[in-house]
Design a protein around this ligand. Structure first.
Ligand code: ACO
Length: 327
């Protein structure tokens, strides 16, 4: 039997600045009623100008380490899921390694947009299962406000900033990460992307004028694809784990849109009371959604040892991911 990877502890960080739907009404042609009824989002957090993805990730990581009683020097590996890195390189994981003093740790970033945290979690679990590493910090951190076009009402109302972190270790006797499903569809890169700032469309004055450095999305197409992909991935993952939906205590979906969560829950025939939902307070924080939701729910004492959690995510790429994990 391979050694399973379990979550030892969690942490989260949300910037203090709250941007409400009423605030957005003053910035673009929108309304609280439209945003709430179409998305379920009431407010989101926005990082300060001098607060970067690595700062938020490091804050979440420090909390996870403290709650787990882990010395930063005992971390073997740091994986950061983000699509808003501090810089193209060095990786955000390297900045965080320095900020938290994890001097022994290897460090790298994973980029799978909103699915990034689960991609990173599954990657980390392979190192634990193989016995190569003992303690791994997995972080999801985003400063999406830096790639949002604040003049585009179609997208700017949806996103927020924040970070979450988990410490992964093998816990003897625990089943930990039981199963996963990862997937991607590279034929759909156009419907959700940041067109410029990579080598494909380098930044020039003309590019900046066209605002191509910001996130673009075909909302309706993404919506339909998300519901199908999240359902399909959940089913595959449950099958891989040998579980039925009624054995899952908590469903933690990607926090993009309440209507997507409702559609996923209806198709799975699972009551919303078993879903963890915090999107009304934070909006879509991409790779940070999942660890923030894990941390908040864990702090509320809602997870019990042995509970099965199904986490399922969806994002640009297109990518999707799901895991079944025993708490
Ligand atoms: N305020 C007011 N009106 C708006 C706003 C707004 N903020 N945004 C769009 N509208 C208008 C549109 O312009 C359109 O007007 P028109 O009919 O005159 O053209 C109308 O509202 C309806 O727009 P739709 O696109 O049909 O609205 P829809 O019901 O599809 O909701 C939404 C849009 C919320 C974006 C939805 O499609 C959605 O949530 N999509 C999925 C997003 C997602 O899941 N992303 C996840 C991945 S993110 C990542 O990976 C980084």
């Amino acid at each position: 039997m391979p050694r399973s990877a379990s979550i030892l502890s969690t942490g989260a960080y949300l910037p203090s600045r709250v941007l409400s739907n009423a605030d957005l009404e003053k910035m673009v042609d929108t309304s609280d009623e439209w945003i709430l009824s179409r998305t379920g989002i009431r407010e989101r957090r926005i990082a300060a100008d001098d607060e970067f993805t690595s700062d938020m990730g490091a804050a979440a990581a420090r909390q996870a380490l403290e709650l787990g009683g882990i010395n930063p020097k005992d971390i073997d590996l740091i994986i950061v899921a983000t699509c808003t890195p501090d810089t193209v390189f060095p990786s955000t994981a390297c900045y965080i390694q320095q900020k938290i003093g994890a001097t022994r740790a290897a460090a790298f970033d994973v980029q799978a947009a909103c699915s990034g945290f689960l991609y990173a979690l599954v990657t980390a679990s392979q190192f634990i299962s193989s016995g190569v590493y003992k303690t791994i910090l997995v972080i999801g951190a985003e400063k999406l406000s830096s790639i949002v076009n604040w003049q585009d009402r179609n997208t700017c109302v949806l996103f927020g900033d924040g970070a979450g972190a988990v410490v992964l270790q093998h816990r003897p006797g625990a089943r930990g990460l039981l199963a996963f499903d990862l997937g991607a569809d590279g034929s759909q890169t156009e419907i959700l992307s940041v067109p410029a700032s990579g080598c494909r469309v380098p930044i020039t004055p003309a590019v900046l004028d066209q605002r191509l450095q910001f996130l673009q999305m075909s909302g309706k197409e993404v919506f339909k694809y998300a519901v199908n992909a999240m359902n399909r991935s959940s089913e595959i993952c449950l099958e891989n784990a040998g579980c039925k939906p009624d054995q899952i205590r908590w469903f933690i979906p990607h926090q993009a849109n309440q209507r997507i969560v409702d559609a996923v829950a209806t198709r799975m025939n699972v009551g919303l009371d078993r879903f963890v939902i915090n999107l009304e307070r934070y909006g879509n924080t991409s790779a940070a959604c999942m660890p923030i939701a894990l941390h908040e729910t864990s702090m509320l004492g809602k997870f019990n040892r042995g509970d099965l959690l199904l986490m399922v995510s969806f994002g640009g790429g297109l990518t999707w991911a799901s895991t079944v994990l025993e708490w």
